[in-house]
Design a protein around this ligand. Structure first.
Ligand SMILES: C[S@@+](CC[C@H](N)C(=O)[O-])C[C@H]1O[C@@H](n2cnc3c(N)ncnc32)[C@H](O)[C@@H]1O
Length: 320
């Protein structure tokens, strides 16, 4: 790398480190008093510094929003500057390349094979996260407040968690007094993780079942038993492919169909929380058979995820 470019990167590293250090000082006090150990410190706030920096209980997960002009040396230099500013040892710094868009395979690709998980706290809940091996670590902190909303709404309810991933929503619902929780995902490995999260939070398996299934297969089967849930979370990936069956899922095109199928298994008066991280999503919910539909994005985005560009996720409350 030529020395001019190196100098430019060093300046950017200093700028990023200063910004992150200030943010850490501000957020740490506030979040640690709530026992929240995972939070976002930086998300492409300075236009030329296309990085994202997350704090995971003493670990740093640092990513770059890749583009064609990305240079291999850039991310390690940014990471070195941030780690030094926050006094984080090298072995606790994890670098990720984030690919946006229709690259479902790549995004979930393994980065390493350590199988190492650490335990982090979120309020009075604990979750296993793996900052070592995947781009996604097992805990989506942008839904930290949505999880709390689910817990507050869960008492005495039968709760359905679709695309459940590591079942963090189900753990909150169970802690909120749900009569039952049912977590559905097609991936065997994430469901093992989901079950470990339940055990970690002392949630008994009897009324908190975990099912491996394709969402639409599950809903089709469940519809035969009629309405059976009072509360649901539907938080699908933006795109997914089921190669064995040559099926493509695209949230923009397919959300009305999925939501209609969820409504069919909800009891009257029930509530669905629907969310997407798609960055260019246009809702088409007018024809849904629902009593009320309200976008609640502003209520669900935590302070550390507020940003000037499009929100990290959008979220709707659908009353049946
Ligand atoms: C964005 S994550 C969901 C995040 C989760 N709601 C949370 O709060 O942690 C997407 C999940 O959907 C699962 N998935 C993708 N396509 C699926 C399908 N057709 N049926 C069931 N699960 C699917 C993936 O295995 C992955 O765990």
């Amino acid at each position: 790398m030529d020395s001019g470019l190196m100098e430019k990167f060093r300046d950017q590293g200093d700028m990023l480190a200063n910004r992150v250090k200030k943010r850490f000082k501000h957020l740490r006090k506030r979040f640690l008093s709530q026992n929240i150990e995972v939070f976002r410190l930086y998300d492409w706030d300075i236009p030329e510094i296309r990085a994202v920096v997350d704090w995971y209980a003493g670990h740093l997960v640092i990513g770059e929003y890749l583009r064609r002009q990305s240079v291999d040396e850039w991310l390690p230099l940014m990471a070195e500057a941030v780690a030094k500013a926050l006094d984080v040892p090298r072995e606790n710094v994890h670098l990720k390349a984030r690919r946006a868009g229709k690259q479902d395979g790549k995004r979930y690709e393994r980065i390493d094979h350590t199988e190492q998980k650490i335990i982090v706290s979120e309020r009075d809940m604990k979750f296993y996260v793996n900052p070592f091996d995947f781009v996604d670590t097992g805990l989506f902190s942008d839904h930290r407040n949505t999880r709390q909303m689910i817990r507050n709404a869960a008492d005495g309810k039968d709760f359905l968690n679709l695309y459940c991933y590591t079942a963090t929503f189900s753990c909150y619902a169970a802690k909120g007094g749900a009569r039952s929780t049912l977590s559905v995902d097609r991936s065997e490995s994430v469901l093992q993780w989901a079950s470990e999260n339940m055990t970690l939070n002392a949630i008994a398996p009897d009324n908190n079942r975990i099912i491996q299934a394709h969402t639409l297969d599950f809903l089709k089967k469940a519809a035969r038993n009629g309405p059976q849930f009072d509360l649901a979370v539907v938080d699908p990936p933006s795109f997914s492919t089921t190669r064995t069956r040559n099926l493509q899922f695209d949230i923009v095109a397919d959300h009305p169909g999925v939501l209609e199928a969820v409504i069919a298994v909800m009891r009257k008066g029930g509530t669905i929380f629907f969310s997407t991280n798609h960055q260019d999503f246009t809702p088409r919910m007018e024809s849904l058979n629902a009593a009320d539909i309200k976008e609640i994005t502003d209520l669900t985005i935590p302070e550390d995820y507020v940003r000037k560009r499009a929100p990290i996720h959008r979220c709707w409350r659908i009353k049946v």
